[in-house]
Design a protein around this ligand. Structure first.
Ligand SMILES: *Cc1c(COP(=O)(O)O)cnc(C)c1O
Length: 260
């Protein structure tokens, strides 16, 4: 189990303003007509109070990567009363046995990490059972760095899984593609080969589906490389530590002791 520990004081409003300005600057390097990317504030391990503060500074989109944590925060009384228009993005690895739990979370807007036909089918049937009159937005997670320990589909499979969702999953709406990418790439290599690869997947998929590239999102870029990602075509960046401060994870052992 992971537990959060308070470490540094952060000025969330100032960090958010700073990030938004840097995003604007990066956006200005793109050619005309490129829409301003969406900022997803990644609040994993951070307390509800910080989320409320960011929301009150105009931030509506938040990302979480543990099912239980997302559900707890999304159902929290403060969040429900103070953040009525919040949008939750699930950005972690999703196991099929957690699908039903996850999709019951209030204000769940999109699942970023669909990485198999089976998971798409599970999300679809779970969502259809709820009989809502809207679809659940999903993104395909692509393993652009092809690391064996990373989740995500191989770039070669993108078209076939997208076709499956469009043809067989009427409860889902395919919103775009996302990648996490290799850490070494994010700090050391320019242009980042993961971003180059996701951009190519996106282009190929748009051509295949005959949709305008602006209709399919490209989610790439985190605290260390969101500006570069925007220069490379990102339409959604997921930023955590640059907004909320660094994360400290404490493992709780069976005896209840905490250790780093
Ligand atoms: C934690 C996380 C982020 C944010 O990471 P930072 O480096 O803190 O900005 C973005 N995307 C995913 C999928 C994450 O798990």
């Amino acid at each position: 189990m992971l537990r959060r520990m308070a470490t540094e004081t952060v000025d969330i409003v100032a960090s958010l303003n700073n990030i938004r300005q840097l995003m604007k600057n990066a956006c200005a390097t793109r050619k005309q007509g490129f829409k301003e990317p969406l900022l997803i504030a990644v609040s994993k391990t951070k307390p509800v109070e910080m989320i409320v503060e960011a929301y009150q500074a105009g931030q509506k989109d938040f990302g979480e990567n543990y099912v239980q944590e997302l559900i707890q925060k999304a159902s929290d009384e403060q969040i429900l009363s103070k953040c009525p228009d919040i949008r939750w993005h699930f950005i972690g690895h999703l196991q099929r046995n957690k699908v039903t739990k996850l999709i019951g979370a209030p204000s769940l807007t999109v699942v970023d990490t669909v990485d198999s036909v089976k998971l798409a089918d599970a999300l679809n049937s779970g969502w259809e059972k709820r009989q809502l009159d809207r679809k659940l937005d999903v993104m395909l997670e692509i393993n652009t760095s092809k690391e064996p320990n990373k989740h995500g589909i191989h770039p070669d499979q993108v078209v076939s899984i997208a076709d499956h969702i469009n043809a067989r999953c009427p409860g889902l709406k395919l919103k775009g593609l996302m990648t996490i990418g290799a850490i070494e790439h994010s700090t050391n290599i320019r242009p980042n080969p993961d971003f180059v690869s996701l951009f190519a997947c996106h282009q190929a998929l748009c051509e295949h589906l005959r949709v305008d590239p602006s209709e399919l999102e490209l989610s790439m870029g985190m605290s260390e490389d969101f500006e570069h990602a925007i220069e490379m075509g990102s339409s959604q960046v997921r930023v955590g530590s640059k907004i909320f401060g660094s994360r400290v994870y404490h493992t709780i052992t069976d005896s209840g002791d905490e250790k780093e």
